[in-house]
Design a protein around this ligand. Structure first.
Ligand SMILES: Cc1ncc(COP(=O)(O)O)c(C=O)c1O
Length: 372
């Protein structure tokens, strides 16, 4: 899988997650809500994974609520806290959020009458915070952006923060998270298994203990009544194993190695392709993330040229792939619509050797020269 350079879309499944999932499938533990011994075994698998997440994020197992992925985690965290809060009816989010954050805020505005303020960003994609009214119900924003890689400082506001850590948590040193977590301001943080090397379709909200939450999925009362539905036992086992593996390997060490490859790739492309620009912040960015806009050549053309040579990259956010619309994230950074359509993103699952970096640079440069 050496040509797979789309880790921000999904990381390849790691060996630890695969083994944990196979063990569940092979032993059929049953439904964790069942009273018999099969159910008891399934419950132990889930509770073990809950502890693995709690240990990694320096919180208590009670704080972890499993969901069907990052999207559901953002929906539950934002709607759940907003609808349970007695404070104001005012939400703040930013112009560069993942649709699962932005659209949840827009839904609360449209259907539940919340006033919504959307903070803009500078040319590097750094959020420009404004004064926060104490009546604000919550501020919902990501710690790192999937499309441009920019890492944010969280605002120093005395209101609850809902932090989308789906991209940040697997690659940023734990200290960055613990600076803010479990801080008094972070009411909830969201994560997704497939960004850690776990399976797709599993995620979690990590709530600050004691925060009030209105359930969004109604039913049998699983996950302390906050998220009903039979749990994905194998997926949760894989999630726990992947999070533990990432932390055991040393998130800081991996980040340093990724940064070296990232910087080599950025320097290579900037040096070889006339008119290319890095998007996002030059240094305050995810360690394995390199994203660019080009002159005249479309992002799709570069993506296809790389794909033919065995390299998988993204020409926008994965969920918007196939859409001819320019990325709202790039527009928010002040990039014009035509240039935004040339975007290409490389996100490294592991460090690259220099020969691979050179080959990628060569293909991108050749494609750009071909269409000039
Ligand atoms: C920042 C961010 N938040 C949320 C999500 C949604 O996660 P999922 O794909 O698990 O629903 C993504 C997915 O890429 C993301 O990048």
């Amino acid at each position: 899988m050496s040509g797979y350079l789309d880790a921000s879309a999904s990381m390849p499944l790691c060996a630890e997650a695969r083994a944990a999932m196979l063990e569940v499938y092979d032993s059929f533990p049953g439904n964790p809500s069942s009273v018999h011994s099969y159910g008891h075994r399934a419950r132990s698998v889930v509770e073990h994974a809950r502890t693995q997440l709690a240990d990694a994020f320096h919180t208590s197992p009670d704080a972890v609520v499993f969901t069907s992925g990052g999207t559901e985690a953002n929906n539950l965290a934002v709607s759940g806290i907003a609808l349970a809060s007695p404070r104001g009816r005012r939400l703040i989010t930013t112009a560069i959020e993942h649709p699962s954050m932005l659209e949840t805020c827009r839904y609360l505005e449209r259907v539940h009458g919340f006033a919504l303020k959307v903070w803009g960003v500078d040319g590097f994609g750094r959020v420009v915070p404004q004064a926060v009214d104490v009546e604000t119900t919550l501020v919902a924003m990501s710690l790192a952006n999937a499309e441009i890689g920019t890492v944010q400082d969280l605002p120093d506001a005395a209101v609850p923060l809902v932090v989308d850590a789906v991209q940040a948590a697997p690659v940023l040193p734990a200290s960055l998270l613990t600076d803010h977590w479990p801080g008094p301001r972070v009411a909830a943080m969201t994560v997704a298994a497939h960004k850690f090397g776990g399976p797709q379709g599993v995620g979690a909200v990590i709530f600050r203990p004691g925060v009030a939450v209105e359930p969004q999925m109604h039913g049998g009362g699983q996950e302390r009544g906050l998220r009903s539905g039979t749990l994905n036992v194998a997926g949760i086992a894989g999630f726990g194993a992947a999070v533990e593996a990432v932390h055991r390997a040393g998130i800081g060490r991996r980040a340093v190695a990724l940064m070296e490859s990232r910087d080599e790739l950025i320097a290579g492309i900037l040096g070889a392709v006339p008119g290319v620009r890095l998007t996002g912040h030059p240094t305050e960015r995810l360690p394995g993330h390199a994203s660019f806009v080009f002159e005249q050549v479309s992002g799709e053309a570069i993506l296809v040229a790389l794909d033919v040579a065995g390299f998988a990259v993204s020409s926008g956010s994965a969920c918007a792939a196939g859409s001819a619309e320019p990325s709202p994230v790039l527009l928010a950074c002040g990039i014009d619509a035509d240039t935004a359509r040339t975007a290409v993103r490389f996100t490294l699952p592991s460090p690259l050797d220099s020969r691979t970096v050179d080959r990628v640079v060569e293909i991108v440069a050749a494609e750009c020269a071909r269409v000039e």
